[in-house]
Design a protein around this ligand. Structure first.
Ligand SMILES: [Zn+2]
Length: 155
């Protein structure tokens, strides 16, 4: 399942990537280009734009995102498409590409010395080369994510 988020859904796209969803997003792209690329790449369009949603070309190939707030938006996605925790943090947040595991020795010169000595597992983005590891940033994102979902319970 692949997605293309419209220009109003940057935050949603980022958090979906954190959760491992395949989501394309570009901050400045026009509707025609979103439609062209989504159809070409077999992506479901996520949109808040009623005009875009009315376009005939995307009939049956879009999800209208109802909520104004990130939490509601993520809930809508998860209710519809599910969520797999083992896919969390497996994707580059910048490029949307799947990360690949890299051996520790390969990142010696690319990460801070403290990180190198305290971490054992690293992964890298095959597109931009950014290196990812477990640690405070990851912990922080997981906490934010659980908050986003806990707050939603009961409403
Ligand atoms: Zn990347």
């Amino acid at each position: 399942m692949k997605f293309f988020a419209d220009t109003m859904l940057g935050r949603l796209a980022r958090w979906m990537r954190i959760m491992g969803y395949d989501v394309e997003y570009e901050p400045s792209i026009d509707d025609d280009e979103i439609i062209r690329r989504a159809l070409e790449e077999g992506r479901i369009i996520l949109t808040r734009d009623t005009l875009l949603a009315r376009r005939r070309a995307i009939r049956g190939r879009f999800v209208f995102i109802k909520g104004d707030h990130l939490r509601e938006q993520l809930h809508q996605i998860v209710e519809r498409f599910g969520m797999e925790e083992e896919r969390f943090l497996t994707r580059c947040l910048r490029c949307n590409l799947l990360l690949v595991d890299v051996v520790k020795e390969a990142v010696r010169d690319s990460v801070p010395p403290y990180v190198y000595t305290t971490q054992e597992r690293f992964s890298a983005c095959p597109g931009c080369g950014r290196i990812y590891w477990a640690g405070t940033h990851r912990d922080h994102m997981m906490r934010e994510l659980s908050l986003l979902f806990d707050e939603g319970r009961g409403d």
